[in-house]
Design a protein around this ligand. Structure first.
Ligand code: ADP
Ligand code: MG
Length: 459
C-alpha cells in the first residue's frame, strides 16, 4: 500500500469502516465524524487527514477519541508505524496539535490518558462520586463548586479527576485545566518564596494558578498544616471561585477530619459538593477485574476472577496489581491460559486465604494449646489449676480481639455459664500485656500466637 492507494475513494472508505469497527462506534457517529474525512497527504511517517469542519473543538475530539485507531489501522495497512494529523478544512498543512494553545496541551499531558469516564467502572461504592463528576465535567463552574472527593487509597479519586479533565478539554480544547497534587502545589509555593525576586516569582505563581478555568488539587492533605501554602491556596481558591471557575479537590479524608484546618476553609469546602468513595463490593470488584484483564490482554477464567474478587477487598490498585502479577507469572513460565492453581501460585504472596488459615475459634484453641503445650480437653474441662487457667484466658482474649465476637459467645464456645469470667479474663490479659505483672511475658506470647494465626510466619 502507498499514498496513491489512499486516494482511491473506495479503498479509503473501506479503511474508515474498519476504523469504525475497531473503535466500536455507531453508524451515527460514523456519519457525523468519519464520513467527511478525506485522506490529504502522506508525508514521511505522518498521514494528514482533512475534515470538513473549521472548528478547533472538532480537532480536539478527533484527536482524543479516534487518533489512535486511525494510526493503528492505517499503520497496519502501510506496514509501519505512522502518526496521524487531522487538519481543519481551511488548513493548508498545519499539524493539528499546533492549533490547540500550547499551554493547555502541556497541562493535558499531566493527565493519564487511561483515566477516563469510559474506563471507570461504576458501582454502589462510587456511584454518587461518578455522577457528580460527570455533572461537573459537563458544566464546569456551574453545578457544584468546589467538588470535594474523598476516600481511601486506590479507590479511584485520581482516576475520576483526570476523567473530568479529559472530558472538559475534549469538549473545548481552549479550556485551561490544571491538575496538581498537594505536594506539587506546596513545592511551587516554596520555590517562589525561596527565589530571590520573590515579588516576580509570586506573581508568576499566581498567574499559573489563578488564570485557569479548572483547578484540580489531588491529595490536598499534603498542604494542610503548611501555613504559607495553605494561605496561598486559600487566596487562589477565592479568586477562582469568585470568577466562577471550577475547583476540584481530592483527599484521603473528609476535610472535617483535618484538625488544624481553620473555619475559613471548612465553610468554603462546604459550599460545594462533598462525595466519598468507599471500597467496591464483590460485583464491582469482578467488573473492574474483567475490564482490566481485557485492557492488558490477559485471558483468565471466571473462576480466577472470582478467586481474586473474593480475596482482595480493600483497594482497586491491588486488584489491578494482582492481574499484572498473574500476567507476569504466565509470561515467565510461558503458560497460555492459567488455571486457578496457577493463579493461586502467582498470588501466593498477596493472598493466603486457604481454609486452614482462616481464623476461627477452633483454630485459636488449637494454636494456643500447641504453643502452651496443653491438651484441648484440659482447656474445655472445669479444672482451675494455674497452668490451665492462663492459656484459657489467652484464648478468651484472642477470640475477643481477633474474631470480634461477644463475651457471651466466647463463654458459650468454652461451655461456661457465666460471661463475666470472660470479661475479667480479657481485662487481665490486656493488663498483663501492658505491665507484664505476672512475669510471663504475655505480650510476646500473644504476639507470636497472633502471627501464627494470621499466617505472617509463613511469609
Ligand atoms: P486514588 O487516587 O483514590 O488513590 P486511583 O484513582 O489512583 O486511586 O486508582 C488506582 C487504580 O485503580 C488506577 O489504576 C485506577 O485506574 C483504578 N481504578 C480505581 N477505581 C476504578 C474504577 N471504578 N474503575 C476502573 N478502574 C479503577
Ligand atoms: Mg490518587
Amino acid at each position: 500500500m502507498n499514498a496513491e492507494d489512499f486516494k482511491n475513494e473506495e479503498y479509503w472508505v473501506e479503511i474508515k469502516k474498519k476504523i469504525q469497527r475497531e473503535s466500536n462506534v455507531s453508524d451515527i457517529t460514523y456519519h457525523l465524524w468519519f464520513e467527511h474525512l478525506e485522506f490529504h497527504e502522506l508525508s514521511g511517517d505522518t498521514v494528514y487527514i482533512k475534515t470538513e469542519k473549521d472548528d478547533e473543538r472538532a480537532l480536539g475530539y478527533l484527536n482524543n477519541k479516534f487518533k489512535l485507531y486511525f494510526e493503528t489501522v492505517i499503520g497496519e495497512e502501510l506496514g509501519r508505524i505512522i502518526s496521524v494529523v487531522f487538519l481543519l478544512s481551511n488548513a493548508e498543512h498545519t499539524p493539528a496539535q499546533a492549533q490547540i494553545p500550547e499551554e493547555n496541551r502541556i497541562d493535558n499531558d499531566t493527565l493519564n490518558p487511561d483515566y477516563t469516564f469510559e474506563s471507570f467502572v461504576v458501582g454502589k461504592n462510587n456511584m454518587m462520586a461518578h455522577q457528580v463528576s460527570v455533572a461537573v465535567a459537563e458544566d464546569p463552574g456551574k453545578t457544584w463548586n468546589p467538588l470535594y472527593i474523598y476516600g481511601g487509597p486506590g479507590l479511584g479519586k485520581t482516576h475520576l479527576m483526570h476523567s473530568i479533565g479529559h472530558f472538559i478539554i475534549n469538549k473545548d480544547p481552549s479550556k485551561k485545566v490544571i491538575y496538581v497534587t498537594g505536594s506539587d502545589f506546596t513545592n511551587d509555593v516554596i520555590e517562589s518564596l525561596r527565589s530571590g525576586n520573590s515579588v516576580a516569582s509570586m506573581s508568576k505563581l499566581r498567574e499559573k494558578y489563578r488564570s485557569v478555568d479548572v483547578l484540580m488539587i489531588d491529595d490536598i492533605q499534603f498542604i494542610i498544616g503548611k501555613e504559607s501554602t495553605q494561605e496561598e491556596f486559600f487566596h487562589t481558591f477565592n479568586t477562582l471561585h469568585d470568577a466562577g471557575k471550577q475547583i476540584i479537590i481530592a483527599s484521603d479524608r473528609n476535610f472535617k477530619e483535618f484538625k488544624t484546618l481553620d473555619e475559613r476553609y471548612v465553610s468554603r469546602f462546604a459550599w460545594g459538593m462533598v462525595v466519598d468513595i468507599t471500597p467496591p463490593d464483590y460485583e464491582t470488584r469482578s467488573a473492574i477485574l474483567k475490564n482490566y484483564a481485557e485492557k492488558i490482554n490477559l485471558k483468565i477464567s471466571e473462576e480466577i476472577i472470582d478467586y481474586v474478587a473474593s480475596n482482595m477487598k480493600s483497594n482497586v490498585r491491588e486488584l489491578e496489581g494482582s492481574l499484572k502479577k498473574i500476567q507476569g507469572y504466565i509470561k515467565l513460565f510461558n503458560i497460555k491460559e492459567p488455571d486457578l492453581e496457577i493463579a493461586k501460585e502467582a498470588l501466593k504472596d498477596y493472598i493466603y486465604p486457604s481454609e486452614s488459615n482462616k481464623i476461627t475459634f477452633d483454630r485459636i484453641v488449637d494454636v494456643v494449646c500447641q504453643e502452651c503445650n496443653i491438651s484441648k480437653e484440659a482447656i474445655l474441662s472445669n479444672k482451675r489449676t494455674a497452668e490451665i487457667v492462663y492459656p484459657r484466658h489467652i484464648i478468651m482474649y484472642l477470640a475477643y480481639d481477633m474474631l470480634g465476637i461477644t463475651y457471651k459467645q466466647i463463654a458459650e464456645y468454652l461451655k461456661r455459664s457465666d460471661h463475666t469470667t470472660v470479661l475479667s479474663a480479657c481485662n487481665k490479659i490486656a493488663e498483663d500485656i501492658n505491665s507484664n505483672k505476672s512475669g510471663k511475658n504475655t505480650r510476646e506470647k500473644v504476639e507470636s500466637i497472633k502471627k501464627i494465626l494470621t499466617g505472617a510466619l509463613n511469609e
